[in-house]
Design a protein around this ligand. Structure first.
Ligand code: CIR
Length: 260
C-alpha cells in the first residue's frame, strides 16, 4: 500500500481556519510531528511517497482534501476554500500513474475530508466546503462503479471526517454532537469522550489505527472496543490548523480489497 504525504509548508501559519481561533504554530514541532506520522505509516507497512512540496500553499500538507482514491479510480476534488484549489494539480500529476482520473468541476465543491468510504458505501458531508452538487457529481462518477453515494448533514465541525471515521473492521468512532451515528446503519459506533470532541478523526489501516495521542480517554475506549493495534502519534501542532490524522495522507490500496 502507498501513502502519499506532503511536507509541512513554512507558510502553515497562514492556513485556513473555520472553527478555531488562530494560535501560534511551532513550525519545527509541526515538521517533527509530521515526520513521526510518516514513520507510523511506514511501520504500518505503507510505502510513503511525498508529493512535491508547495511552500506557497499554506494548507498543502493536508493532501486528503485534494482527491478521493478508490481501487478503481481517483476523483480529483475542487476544494471549497478557493485558496486551496491550486493544491489539486500537482497531486493529480502524481496519482495519474496509479489510477484512472475523474474530477469534480465548477461550480461544485468537494473536500476529501468530507468523504468517508465504508466498503461500497460512500458518505459525503454537507459542509461549508462540500456542496450538494459536488455530492451529485461524485455520485455520477462512482455509481457506475458500484458505489452508493449519500449526502450526510454535518454541523459544528469542518468536515465529515472531523465527526466520524473508521476505527476497525466494523467499528466507527463518532462525535454524536456533529453527525448522527444512526446514519451509519450496520456499523458499530463508538462515541468520543465528550471532553475530546476532536477525537473522532483516526486513520484505520487494516492492521493498525493511527490516533492522535492527546485524546487519551477516547483512545482508551477504542482500545477496549477493538483488537486493532492503536498507534498514538503527536499531532498537536497541525491540530491548530484544523488538521487531524486522516488529513495528512492519501492511502492507495494496492492489494486486493479482500485482504485490506
Ligand atoms: C483547512 O481549513 O482547509 C485546513 N486548515 C485544514 C484541513 C484539514 N483537512 C481535513 O480535515 N481533511
Amino acid at each position: 500500500m502507498i501513502a502519499f504525504t506532503r511536507a509541512v509548508p513554512s507558510t502553515i501559519v497562514g492556513c485556513e481556519l473555520t472553527h478555531l481561533a488562530r494560535e501560534p504554530i511551532d513550525l519545527a514541532v509541526a515538521v517533527a510531528q509530521h515526520e513521526r506520522y510518516e514513520v507510523a505509516l511506514r511501520e504500518a507497512g505503507m510505502s510513503v511517497t511525498r508529493v512535491p512540496a508547495r511552500d506557497d500553499l499554506p494548507d498543502s500538507v493536508f493532501v486528503e482534501d485534494t482527491a478521493i482514491v478508490l481501487d478503481e479510480i481517483a476523483v480529483m476534488t475542487r476544494p471549497g476554500a478557493p485558496k486551496r484549489r491550486d493544491e489539486v494539480e500537482s497531486v493529480r500529476d502524481v496519482l495519474a500513474a496509479h489510477r484512472p482520473l475523474a474530477s469534480i468541476s465548477e461550480p461544485s465543491t468537494l473536500d476529501g475530508g468530507d468523504v468517508l468510504v465504508l466498503d461500497r458505501d460512500v458518505y459525503v458531508g454537507l459542509t461549508a466546503r462540500s456542496s450538494l452538487s459536488g455530492v451529485q457529481q461524485l455520485r455520477a462518477i462512482l455509481s457506475p462503479l458500484g458505489y452508493t453515494v449519500r449526502a450526510v448533514p454535518v454541523g459544528g465541525c469542518l468536515h465529515l471526517k472531523s465527526a466520524v471515521t473508521r476505527a476497525g473492521a466494523r467499528l466507527l468512532v463518532v462525535n454524536p454532537e456533529w453527525v448522527d451515528p444512526a446514519t451509519f446503519a450496520g456499523w458499530e459506533t463508538l462515541p468520543v469522550d465528550s471532553r475530546e470532541p476532536h477525537a473522532a478523526n483516526v486513520l484505520w489501516l487494516g492492521s493498525v489505527t493511527i490516533v492522535p495521542e492527546a485524546f487519551e480517554r477516547t483512545n482508551a475506549r477504542l482500545a477496549r472496543a477493538t483488537d486493532v493495534r492503536l498507534v498514538p502519534v503527536p499531532a498537536s501542532e497541525l491540530a491548530k490548523a484544523e488538521g487531524g490524522v486522516t488529513c495528512c495522507s492519501l492511502i492507495l490500496n494496492n492489494r486486493p480489497s479482500a485482504d485490506y
